[in-house]
Design a protein around this ligand. Sequence first.
Ligand SMILES: N[C@@H](CCC(=O)N[C@@H](CS)C(=O)NCC(=O)O)C(=O)O
Length: 220
Amino acid sequence: MLTLYHCHNARSFRPLWTLEEMGLPYELKMLPFPPRDLAPDYLTINPLGTIPTLLDGSMRMTESAAICQYLVSRYGPSPLAVEPSESDFGPYLNWLHFGEATLTFPQTVVLRYSLFAPPEGRSEQVAADYKRWFLSRLRGIDAVVSKQPTLCGGRFTAADISVGFALLLAQFIGLDAKFPPAVATYWQSLKARDGFKRAMAKQDAAGREQGVENRLGRPV
Ligand SMILES: N[C@@H](CCC(=O)N[C@@H](CS)C(=O)NCC(=O)O)C(=O)O
Protein backbone atom coordinates (compact mmCIF):
# COMPACT_ATOMS: atom_id res chain seq x y z
CA MET A 1 0.00 0.00 0.00
CA LEU A 2 1.22 3.49 -0.88
CA THR A 3 0.93 6.12 1.87
CA LEU A 4 1.58 9.80 1.18
CA TYR A 5 2.07 12.37 3.95
CA HIS A 6 0.89 15.75 2.70
CA CYS A 7 0.21 19.36 3.69
CA HIS A 8 -2.22 21.47 1.64
CA ASN A 9 -0.56 22.94 -1.47
CA ALA A 10 2.97 22.01 -0.37
CA ARG A 11 5.58 20.10 -2.39
CA SER A 12 3.79 16.86 -1.56
CA PHE A 13 1.23 18.08 -4.11
CA ARG A 14 3.64 16.77 -6.79
CA PRO A 15 3.27 13.10 -5.79
CA LEU A 16 -0.44 13.61 -4.99
CA TRP A 17 -1.03 14.94 -8.52
CA THR A 18 1.01 12.05 -9.97
CA LEU A 19 -1.02 9.48 -8.01
CA GLU A 20 -4.25 11.02 -9.29
CA GLU A 21 -3.03 11.20 -12.90
CA MET A 22 -2.08 7.51 -12.70
CA GLY A 23 -5.23 6.39 -10.86
CA LEU A 24 -3.20 4.44 -8.29
CA PRO A 25 -4.73 3.43 -4.94
CA TYR A 26 -3.11 5.21 -1.98
CA GLU A 27 -3.73 6.50 1.52
CA LEU A 28 -3.40 10.26 2.04
CA LYS A 29 -2.34 11.41 5.50
CA MET A 30 -2.83 15.13 6.02
CA LEU A 31 -0.57 17.07 8.35
CA PRO A 32 -0.80 20.63 9.68
CA PHE A 33 1.91 22.99 8.38
CA PRO A 34 4.69 22.99 9.50
CA PRO A 35 4.64 19.38 10.76
CA ARG A 36 7.98 19.93 12.54
CA ASP A 37 6.14 22.15 15.07
CA LEU A 38 2.53 21.00 14.80
CA ALA A 39 2.84 17.21 14.33
CA PRO A 40 5.95 16.16 16.32
CA ASP A 41 5.09 12.43 16.02
CA TYR A 42 5.79 12.79 12.29
CA LEU A 43 9.51 13.18 13.10
CA THR A 44 9.62 9.42 13.70
CA ILE A 45 8.63 8.96 10.04
CA ASN A 46 10.79 11.77 8.63
CA PRO A 47 13.37 13.17 11.09
CA LEU A 48 13.63 16.39 9.02
CA GLY A 49 9.91 17.01 9.51
CA THR A 50 9.54 17.97 5.85
CA ILE A 51 6.85 16.76 3.52
CA PRO A 52 6.33 14.78 1.40
CA THR A 53 7.06 11.34 2.73
CA LEU A 54 6.00 8.39 0.60
CA LEU A 55 5.86 4.93 2.15
CA ASP A 56 5.65 1.92 -0.13
CA GLY A 57 5.72 -0.99 2.29
CA SER A 58 9.02 -0.63 4.10
CA MET A 59 10.41 1.73 1.41
CA ARG A 60 10.50 5.44 2.32
CA MET A 61 11.18 8.50 0.15
CA THR A 62 11.18 12.21 1.04
CA GLU A 63 12.04 14.10 -2.17
CA SER A 64 8.99 15.20 -4.17
CA ALA A 65 10.48 15.05 -7.68
CA ALA A 66 12.15 11.71 -6.97
CA ILE A 67 8.85 10.32 -5.69
CA CYS A 68 7.14 11.31 -8.95
CA GLN A 69 9.90 9.58 -10.90
CA TYR A 70 9.56 6.49 -8.67
CA LEU A 71 5.79 6.26 -9.10
CA VAL A 72 5.73 6.59 -12.89
CA SER A 73 8.59 4.13 -13.34
CA ARG A 74 7.77 1.61 -10.60
CA TYR A 75 4.02 1.54 -11.34
CA GLY A 76 4.23 2.07 -15.10
CA PRO A 77 4.33 1.71 -17.94
CA SER A 78 2.87 5.19 -17.90
CA PRO A 79 2.86 8.00 -20.48
CA LEU A 80 3.95 10.22 -17.58
CA ALA A 81 7.41 8.61 -17.73
CA VAL A 82 9.86 9.31 -20.53
CA GLU A 83 11.79 6.09 -21.03
CA PRO A 84 15.60 5.86 -21.36
CA SER A 85 15.08 4.66 -24.94
CA GLU A 86 13.31 7.94 -25.89
CA SER A 87 15.28 10.88 -27.25
CA ASP A 88 13.83 13.21 -24.59
CA PHE A 89 14.94 11.09 -21.62
CA GLY A 90 17.70 13.56 -20.70
CA PRO A 91 15.49 16.67 -20.97
CA TYR A 92 12.80 14.81 -18.98
CA LEU A 93 15.14 14.22 -16.03
CA ASN A 94 16.43 17.76 -16.35
CA TRP A 95 12.93 19.31 -16.17
CA LEU A 96 11.89 16.96 -13.38
CA HIS A 97 14.71 18.30 -11.23
CA PHE A 98 14.58 21.86 -12.59
CA GLY A 99 11.07 22.13 -11.12
CA GLU A 100 12.36 21.64 -7.59
CA ALA A 101 16.00 22.71 -7.56
CA THR A 102 15.81 25.74 -9.85
CA LEU A 103 12.20 26.97 -9.71
CA THR A 104 11.03 26.10 -6.20
CA PHE A 105 14.12 26.97 -4.15
CA PRO A 106 14.04 30.78 -4.73
CA GLN A 107 10.34 30.81 -3.87
CA THR A 108 10.93 29.15 -0.52
CA VAL A 109 13.31 32.01 0.31
CA VAL A 110 10.53 34.49 -0.62
CA LEU A 111 8.06 32.65 1.61
CA ARG A 112 10.47 32.51 4.51
CA TYR A 113 11.45 36.18 4.40
CA SER A 114 7.95 37.53 3.70
CA LEU A 115 5.62 35.16 5.56
CA PHE A 116 6.95 32.29 7.66
CA ALA A 117 9.76 33.95 9.64
CA PRO A 118 8.83 35.86 12.81
CA PRO A 119 8.39 39.59 12.04
CA GLU A 120 11.89 40.48 13.27
CA GLY A 121 13.39 37.88 10.90
CA ARG A 122 11.60 39.10 7.76
CA SER A 123 13.24 41.13 5.00
CA GLU A 124 11.39 42.86 2.15
CA GLN A 125 14.70 43.26 0.31
CA VAL A 126 15.55 39.55 0.39
CA ALA A 127 11.98 38.63 -0.64
CA ALA A 128 12.08 41.12 -3.55
CA ASP A 129 15.51 39.88 -4.71
CA TYR A 130 14.40 36.24 -4.75
CA LYS A 131 11.11 37.08 -6.49
CA ARG A 132 13.19 38.64 -9.28
CA TRP A 133 15.49 35.63 -9.29
CA PHE A 134 12.55 33.25 -9.66
CA LEU A 135 10.97 35.30 -12.47
CA SER A 136 14.24 35.40 -14.40
CA ARG A 137 14.45 31.59 -14.15
CA LEU A 138 11.12 31.28 -15.94
CA ARG A 139 13.05 32.09 -19.11
CA GLY A 140 14.11 28.43 -19.06
CA ILE A 141 10.56 27.15 -19.54
CA ASP A 142 9.33 30.12 -21.58
CA ALA A 143 11.73 29.23 -24.40
CA VAL A 144 10.20 25.73 -24.61
CA VAL A 145 6.48 26.31 -23.99
CA SER A 146 6.49 29.14 -26.54
CA LYS A 147 7.01 26.40 -29.13
CA GLN A 148 5.18 23.34 -27.73
CA PRO A 149 2.37 22.62 -25.23
CA THR A 150 4.41 20.49 -22.80
CA LEU A 151 8.04 20.36 -21.73
CA CYS A 152 9.24 17.12 -23.30
CA GLY A 153 8.37 13.79 -24.83
CA GLY A 154 5.57 15.29 -26.95
CA ARG A 155 3.08 14.74 -24.11
CA PHE A 156 2.22 15.62 -20.51
CA THR A 157 4.77 13.93 -18.19
CA ALA A 158 5.96 13.93 -14.59
CA ALA A 159 8.30 16.76 -15.62
CA ASP A 160 5.24 18.98 -16.18
CA ILE A 161 3.99 18.01 -12.72
CA SER A 162 7.30 19.00 -11.14
CA VAL A 163 7.43 22.37 -12.91
CA GLY A 164 3.65 22.79 -12.53
CA PHE A 165 3.92 22.69 -8.75
CA ALA A 166 6.48 25.51 -8.88
CA LEU A 167 3.96 27.55 -10.89
CA LEU A 168 1.23 26.73 -8.35
CA LEU A 169 3.46 28.02 -5.58
CA ALA A 170 4.20 31.14 -7.64
CA GLN A 171 0.48 31.77 -7.95
CA PHE A 172 0.15 31.42 -4.20
CA ILE A 173 2.86 34.07 -3.73
CA GLY A 174 1.18 36.29 -6.34
CA LEU A 175 3.94 36.03 -8.94
CA ASP A 176 1.67 34.62 -11.65
CA ALA A 177 0.74 38.14 -12.76
CA LYS A 178 4.30 38.42 -14.06
CA PHE A 179 4.41 35.10 -15.95
CA PRO A 180 5.44 35.59 -19.61
CA PRO A 181 2.38 34.94 -21.87
CA ALA A 182 3.49 31.46 -22.99
CA VAL A 183 4.15 30.40 -19.38
CA ALA A 184 0.72 31.75 -18.36
CA THR A 185 -0.94 29.71 -21.13
CA TYR A 186 1.04 26.61 -20.16
CA TRP A 187 0.02 27.06 -16.49
CA GLN A 188 -3.67 27.41 -17.45
CA SER A 189 -3.43 24.14 -19.41
CA LEU A 190 -1.92 22.31 -16.42
CA LYS A 191 -4.61 23.58 -14.04
CA ALA A 192 -7.32 22.49 -16.48
CA ARG A 193 -6.26 18.83 -16.25
CA ASP A 194 -8.68 16.45 -14.53
CA GLY A 195 -5.79 14.93 -12.57
CA PHE A 196 -4.86 18.35 -11.16
CA LYS A 197 -8.47 19.06 -10.19
CA ARG A 198 -8.84 15.61 -8.59
CA ALA A 199 -5.67 16.16 -6.54
CA MET A 200 -7.00 19.55 -5.35
CA ALA A 201 -10.36 18.01 -4.41
CA LYS A 202 -8.64 15.09 -2.71
CA GLN A 203 -6.56 17.28 -0.39
CA ASP A 204 -9.64 19.34 0.50
CA ALA A 205 -11.73 16.25 1.30
CA ALA A 206 -8.93 14.51 3.23
CA GLY A 207 -8.22 17.71 5.19
CA ARG A 208 -11.88 17.96 6.19
CA GLU A 209 -12.13 14.26 7.11
CA GLN A 210 -8.91 14.34 9.16
CA GLY A 211 -9.58 17.72 10.78
CA VAL A 212 -6.51 19.38 9.25
CA GLU A 213 -7.00 23.02 8.35
CA ASN A 214 -5.62 24.53 5.14
CA ARG A 215 -3.46 27.29 6.61
CA LEU A 216 -1.87 28.23 3.30
CA GLY A 217 -5.11 28.96 1.48
CA ARG A 218 -6.05 28.06 -2.08
CA PRO A 219 -4.14 29.96 -4.70
CA VAL A 220 -6.16 28.74 -7.70
N1 LIG B 1 13.48 19.05 -1.69
C1 LIG B 1 12.38 18.59 -0.89
C2 LIG B 1 11.95 19.73 0.03
C3 LIG B 1 10.90 19.31 1.05
C4 LIG B 1 10.44 20.53 1.87
O1 LIG B 1 11.25 21.36 2.32
N2 LIG B 1 9.10 20.63 2.07
C5 LIG B 1 8.56 21.78 2.78
C6 LIG B 1 7.12 22.04 2.36
S1 LIG B 1 6.89 22.55 0.71
C7 LIG B 1 8.50 21.53 4.26
O2 LIG B 1 8.21 20.43 4.67
N3 LIG B 1 8.76 22.58 5.08
C8 LIG B 1 8.60 22.50 6.48
C9 LIG B 1 9.92 22.49 7.22
O3 LIG B 1 10.98 22.71 6.61
O4 LIG B 1 9.87 22.25 8.43
C10 LIG B 1 11.24 18.11 -1.80
O5 LIG B 1 11.23 18.45 -2.98
O6 LIG B 1 10.39 17.34 -1.36
